[in-house]
Design a protein around this ligand. Structure first.
Ligand SMILES: Cc1cc2nc3c(=O)[nH]c(=O)nc-3n(C[C@H](O)[C@H](O)[C@H](O)COP(=O)(O)OP(=O)(O)OC[C@H]3O[C@@H](n4cnc5c(N)ncnc54)[C@H](O)[C@@H]3O)c2cc1C
Length: 451
């Protein structure tokens, strides 16, 4: 067999596997290049193992509410070592299972790929030729340019270190910091979050962020915003983080300092110049079909695409879309991604879930919306389940009667958000939902009162 392929896929995560699903079904000859393990970040080092930790956080939360139901329980003790072992045990089958999927769809080459021409890549000394080359190499933790940065760990270590740290500091208050800090805090680890911006989760609806910040502080998480971190240094058997806040230099000590500064596209080692792929080191320039603007044989999908929202279902969606465009052939017509309705969750305990426009987005875009903000703490379902936080904000476009945004904290938001998303995607008018029948008493039936 020659080393010439219809499609070479760099990276065997959600995005790469999404491309292969469509291209394989259409009979394309596929080569996969993977440098680590199949399945990629989400099932091996991201969403799935993280959710195992979050589930333990939920169990602790339920125990915390027991007294409201007049149930006597003693103070729970989480065995962190066994939790990490459980998490690893639950996902251990994934790389082999995904490797089997990849092998059924194409030839697998192990190693780090780099371009050696517009239609060729080199991996472990072997050159592969492709009519199409898909960059699906994911993302990596954003490097922080501060002295002592090498002393920090990332989410990878949080998910694999078996010893529970007594104290942790997150540098950056994004999704990863929020999710892990809730598990740590409930497990008894002391947590500090240092965020450079004026508020946590800067791109999330401000009211929802305020609600989850209050809940985080109730758990004892120390949140500091508008902070300039200056350095991380060893201090005996601890690490010391020095930062400026309100013009004064301060220090916090911890067993672990975690880089929570987000993730950047992982394209730096691909030698994009050799592939005639226009880029600025961080971002590959793509057109509206996710194709390189300088090399029509090259496509970018998933976290490697700098404009992508860095979510696992989006990586799969973009992968499948590019697979479809490749199958359509060089003349197209091509399909474009639609990012208008993306439900997503931040898996704090309880979760913050969101879809569509925030109030700030609506104002910026000039959409005339009716905004309904509900502190649901007094609602019967909230009180029945002794929820510690229950908050929502729903935006309805006044001219079209369409829901254009929904943001929730607590109240089973990670499930309810899909009802909002389905209404938005399938254009169900807000007034029709209000007149619909829901099983009662359920959290879903509260939806009609949220707008
Ligand atoms: C801690 C954490 C929690 C997360 N939780 C969620 C969540 O709850 N929900 C959600 O939707 N998303 C979550 N995400 C994001 C989600 O994991 C990503 O959006 C998704 O995995 C991206 O898929 P991908 O295929 O683009 O990249 P990846 O899954 O990262 O796959 C890229 C693959 O490319 C390989 N590779 C890289 N460079 C090369 C090279 N040069 N040659 C060959 N192979 C290469 C890598 O080894 C990797 O296997 C989380 C991420 C993290 C880190």
């Amino acid at each position: 067999m020659s080393d010439k392929y219809d499609v070479i896929i760099l990276g065997g995560g959600n995005a790469g596997l999404g491309v292969s699903a469509v291209a394989h079904e259409a009979g394309k000859r596929i080569a996969f290049v993977e440098q680590r393990d199949f399945g990629g970040t989400c099932p091996n080092r991201g969403c799935t193992p993280k959710k195992v930790l979050v589930a333990a956080g939920h169990a602790l939360h339920e125990i915390e509410t027991a007294s409201a139901h007049h149930i006597e329980v003693s103070k729970p003790k989480l065995n962190w070592t066994k939790l990490i072992q459980r998490e690893k045990g639950l996902i251990s089958f994934i790389p082999d299972a995904m490797h089997d999927v990849a092998k059924k769809r194409g030839d697998v080459f192990w190693g780090s790929a780099r371009f050696v021409g517009p239609n060729s890549v080199e991996v472990d000394g072997k050159v592969l030729e492709g009519d199409n080359i898909v960059i699906a190499t994911g993302s990596k933790t954003r490097p922080l340019p501060i002295p002592g940065a090498e002393l920090m760990i990332t989410s990878d270590e949080v998910l694999s270190e078996e010893e529970q740290p007594g104290e942790v500091v997150f540098i950056g208050g994004g999704v990863i910091a929020m999710e892990f800090s809730h598990v740590y805090a409930r497990a008894g680890t002391k947590v500090t979050i240092l965020e450079v911006m004026p508020r946590l989760l800067p791109r999330v609806e401000a009211g929802a962020v305020a609600a989850i910040q209050a809940e985080s502080e109730r758990l004892g998480i120390n949140v500091k915003t508008d902070v300039q971190v200056k350095a991380v240094a060893k201090s005996g058997d601890k690490l010391a983080v020095t930062y400026d806040l309100d013009g004064a230099e301060q220090t916090v000590k911890a067993d672990r300092v975690i880089n929570g500064a987000g993730r950047v596209a992982n394209v730096e080692t691909l030698d994009l110049n050799a592939g005639n792929v226009k880029h600025d080191r961080i971002a590959v320039e793509t057109d509206e079909y996710l194709r390189s603007t300088s090399n029509p044989s090259v496509w970018v999908v998933g976290d490697a695409l700098v404009t992508s929202p860095q979510l696992s279902p989006i990586a799969t969606y973009e992968g499948r879309l590019v697979g479809e465009n490749i199958v359509r052939g060089p003349a197209g017509p091509f399909v474009k991604p639609d990012y208008s309705v993306i439900p997503s969750g931040i898996y704090t305990v309880p979760a913050l879930s969101t879809v569509g426009l925030s109030e700030e987005d609506a104002a910026r875009q000039g959409v005339d919306v009716k905004v309904t903000t509900s502190d649901m703490s007094g609602w019967f379902s909230t009180k029945t389940y002794a929820e510690s936080v229950a908050w929502s904000k729903v935006l309805v476009d006044e001219s079209t009667d369409q829901i254009v945004g929904a943001h929730m904290v607590g109240h089973q938001s990670q499930e309810l958000i899909h009802l909002f998303a389905m209404a938005m995607r399938h254009k169900i008018p807000a007034s029709a939902i209000k007149n619909d029948m829901f099983a009662f008493p359920t959290f879903s039936s509260d939806l009609k009162s949220m707008f």
